[in-house]
Design a binder for this molecule. Structure first.
Ligand SMILES: Nc1ncnc2c1ncn2[C@@H]1O[C@H](COP(=O)(O)OP(=O)(O)OP(=O)(O)O)[C@@H](O)[C@H]1O
Ligand SMILES: [Zn+2]
Length: 486
């Protein structure tokens, strides 16, 4: 019988969920669900000084928002489950005591200043800075004497000499590290808190994790974790170190980088759709067979295959995300797109928070008109900006259209047609324009471009008669009159 696949996403709550973190979570999720296994979340919060307020909540809330569910662990907002490292100290303590007893780890009494001086001396000699192993063979008396000086010990792992640690990585194939390149590393800090590498190895073992899929920023941690498995006689999981997502200047996306929009909650605020983000993020560093790019979560679960993880870093391309989101927006119903876009017009102050029935109807028609074009909720504000201005600002392209010699004649005819209209809706505006065509003999671009520019201020846009109907008779007529032959 093969072992049940168990994978985990293990964020540190040092920041909010960003595209890079989310991708790690999504890949683990898809891998687990594809294999009929378990997907577990573990909060790696041992470094209390780096944790931020709301970091854990953001990680969980936005994974849920993206459409992930998980097994055996923390629920958002409700009861909290067991997998938070800060709550597992008793287990860690029992285990590092065991290593101390077997002399696979030892107490180090060096002060921060002494360690710093050691590093500086090594750097000055062009040596790789690493712990010298000074405290490795202290006698019990020496230890007591140092403790009597009031020094608090940390615990260091005694790295075996002259060994090579290898693993077959799911992405990078054969990877190896020489143990002599690794100094005896701290597994428990002076304050009694275990370090990252120790807690991770212990947890992955006790949670029976079978596959560790994470970013390759962690690859140099892997031999250290292998050493800990070895010291306890545990079997190590299979590792897969994925290339990182980079920004356009090819720097790793990181929680602390504020130069680009990269947090999932920022996309939610802008009115992006979770299914579109999910789809987009999965294609950063993984590709299915074939050309198709739009996939539902269910489809991704069924086709996900770790063999197709990319070996080179994926560049985050926001325009592609925006394109993809538009593909999903197009599939929404009219009601859904209104729900997505209307609050943005209200937040931007284009429309009041409380709408009259008439305003509501008008807003619905407006949003429906832009449905196909709309890439994300907040974009409605830019797309419809001209509808909310008292005076249109004509850009260069628009001015060129307005300078056309046929414009005064067309506007004069349109003015007369509009004046005669009793109802001013898409259908009546359309027949008014047809009448202008007959009367002036102008057609195609020569007819429609000036009408669009004069009435809406734009050189392109949605279906023209419907747009003019939304401008309203009074406004449209005033604008047309301004350009009509006198
Ligand atoms: N730019 C990135 N691209 C892909 N994966 C990433 C990226 N940044 C982080 N990850 C992955 O996200 C997961 C969670 O890592 P972690 O919580 O340490 O995030 P982080 O953004 O690297 O945080 P920090 O900057 O505090 O180290 C890890 O598997 C890590 O490899
Ligand atoms: Zn020491």
């Amino acid at each position: 019988m093969t072992k049940e696949v168990r994978v985990r996403y293990a964020p540190s709550p040092t920041g909010h969920l960003h595209i890079g973190n989310a991708r790690t979570a999504l890949f683990n999720y898809l891998f687990a669900r594809n294999q009929g296994g378990k997907f577990i979340i573990r909060i790696e919060d041992t470094d209390a000084s780096r944790n931020i307020e709301g970091g854990e909540e953001s990680q969980l809330t936005y994974l849920k928002w993206l459409g992930l569910d998980w097994d055996e662990s923390i629920d958002v907002g409700g009861e909290y489950g067991p997998y938070r490292q800060s709550e597992r100290n008793d287990l860690y303590k029992k285990l590092y005591d065991e290593l101390l007893e077997k002399e696979l780890a030892y107490k180090c009494y060096c002060t921060a200043e002494e360690l710093e001086a050691e590093r500086e001396a090594q750097s000055a000699n062009n040596e790789m800075p690493r712990y010298s192993g000074k405290c490795r063979h202290l006698t019990a008396e020496e230890q007591e004497a140092l403790a009597a000086e009031g020094r608090e010990p940390s615990v260091r792992f005694a790295v075996p000499k002259g060994k090579v640690y290898t693993f077959k990585d799911l992405v990078k194939d054969n990877v190896s590290f020489e143990s002599d390149g690794i100094g005896d590393f701290v597994i428990v800090k002076k304050d009694g808190v275990p370090t990252y590498n120790f807690a991770v190895a212990v947890d992955d073992h006790y949670m029976e994790i079978t596959h560790v899929l994470r970013g390759d920023d962690h690859i140099s941690n892997t031999p250290r974790q292998q050493m800990i498995y070895e010291a306890f006689g545990w079997e190590a999981p299979t590792f897969g170190h994925m290339t990182l997502i980079v920004n356009e200047s090819r720097r790793k996306l990181s929680k602390r980088d504020e130069s680009i929009i990269q947090f999932i909650e920022q996309y939610e605020e802008l009115g992006y759709l979770p299914e579109a983000l999910f789809n987009f993020i999965v294609l950063l560093g993984w590709s299915p067979e074939g050309e198709e790019e739009i996939f539902s979560i269910e489809e991704l679960v069924s086709i996900f295959d770790a063999d197709r993880l990319s070996k080179s870093p994926a560049v985050f391309d926001k325009d592609k995300l925006t394109w993809m989101n538009n593909q999903y927006v197009k599939k929404l119903s009219t009601e859904q797109v209104i729900e997505l876009a209307l609050p943005h017009l209200q937040k931007a102050g284009a429309l009041p928070m409380e709408l009259t029935d008439e305003q509501r109807q008008w807003a619905h028609d407006l949003i429906a008109l832009y449905h196909e074009q709309l890439s994300y909720g907040a974009e409605i504000v830019e797309l419809t900006a001209q509808f909310f201005k008292d005076a249109i600002e004509y850009d260069e392209a628009a001015q060129k259209v307005l300078a056309g010699e046929q414009v005064p004649e067309v506007m004069a005819a349109l003015k007369a047609q509009f004046e005669a209209l009793e109802t001013f809706d898409a259908a009546s505006v359309k027949s008014a324009i047809q009448a202008v065509q007959k009367e002036t003999g102008q057609k195609g671009r020569n007819l429609f471009m000036p009408i669009r520019v004069v009435t809406t201020g734009e050189t392109s846009g949605p279906e023209l008669p419907a747009a003019i109907a939304l401008v309203g008779k009074e406004n449209a007529l005033a604008r047309v009159t301004e350009y009509a032959q006198s």
